[in-house]
Design a protein around this ligand. Structure first.
Ligand code: AP5
Length: 217
């Protein structure tokens, strides 16, 4: 299955993508994770991307499109994929269509996750990520102390530098200006599904899987 997980920052796309990717046996491709890895390794791409990410604005389309062309041509994508955080602009969505048509592939669904902005801010300010295995946690729902280690692998948990309240506000503005219009692109293609992302992680996963099941049967 070839899926896009779409929605505002902090809605829970990455959390659900990690679970569903394991369940369906398809890779989870997060542009945010790829970029953060490049920044960590101080590569030329990472050095270019860092200032945009720190400010909560979008990395330029040409950089992202080139990066995704390379990633989608890797062999693990032959079984399908979940794209998390891409496409985020109309030019990125149009480029994705071109990349897939060159590979003679098409998307199954773009899944849009929805919650209130109040809940988004609560989720993001309490998010912690494992520096070793990339698992995503939340201090409130996972009942972790601020200095806790990763419950899965013992790695160090860190707070993303863009999870500060002023950067969260900017990311939400950027989402409404540049990314939300991409929804209409997939609505017109009749492959848009919408999931209520309120409730526990398990409830959202169950809702999402039953929606995917009923849409494909
Ligand atoms: P990226 O890493 O993609 O960030 P984002 O889209 O802002 O999304 P997030 O990772 O913040 O949220 P999420 O929806 O995955 O939520 P999560 O599951 O972690 O991008 C970062 C930056 O990179 C961008 O700002 C941009 O600069 C650049 N970039 C990336 N892609 C780009 C592109 N295509 N073009 C240009 N620039 C690009 O969950 C959040 C929290 O909520 C966690 O603590 C989690 O535990 C908790 N949670 C999850 N589900 C629930 C639930 N059901 N109940 C309660 N808590 C929950």
């Amino acid at each position: 299955m070839r899926l896009i997980f779409f929605g505002p920052p902090g809605v829970g796309k990455g959390t659900q993508a990690q679970i569903v990717s394991r369940k369906l046996g398809i890779p989870h491709i997060s542009t945010g994770d790829i970029l953060r890895n490049e920044v960590k390794n101080k590569t030329p791409l990472g050095l270019k991307a860092k200032s945009y990410m720190d400010e909560g604005t979008l990395v330029p389309d040409e950089i992202i499109i080139e990066m995704m062309k390379n990633r989608l041509s890797e062999s693990d994508c032959s079984v399908g994929f979940i794209l998390d955080g891409f496409p985020r602009t109309l030019p990125q969505a149009q480029s994705l269509d071109r990349m897939l048509s060159e590979l003679e592939l098409s998307l199954d669904y773009a899944v849009n996750f929805e919650i209130s902005e109040e809940e988004i801010v609560k989720r993001l300010t309490n998010r912690r990520v494992c520096s070793k295995c990339n698992s995503i946690f939340n201090l409130l729902i996972d009942q972790l102390e601020d200095n806790a280690r990763c419950p899965r692998c013992g790695g160090e948990l860190y707070q993303r530098s863009d999870d500060r309240s002023e950067v969260i506000r900017r990311r939400l503005e950027v989402y409404h200006e540049a990314t939300r219009p991409v929804l209409d692109y997939y609505k017109e293609k009749k492959i848009l599904l919408t999931v209520d992302a309120n409730g526990s992680v398990k409830e959202v996963t169950n809702r999402l899987l039953s929606l995917l099941n009923s849409s494909t049967s």
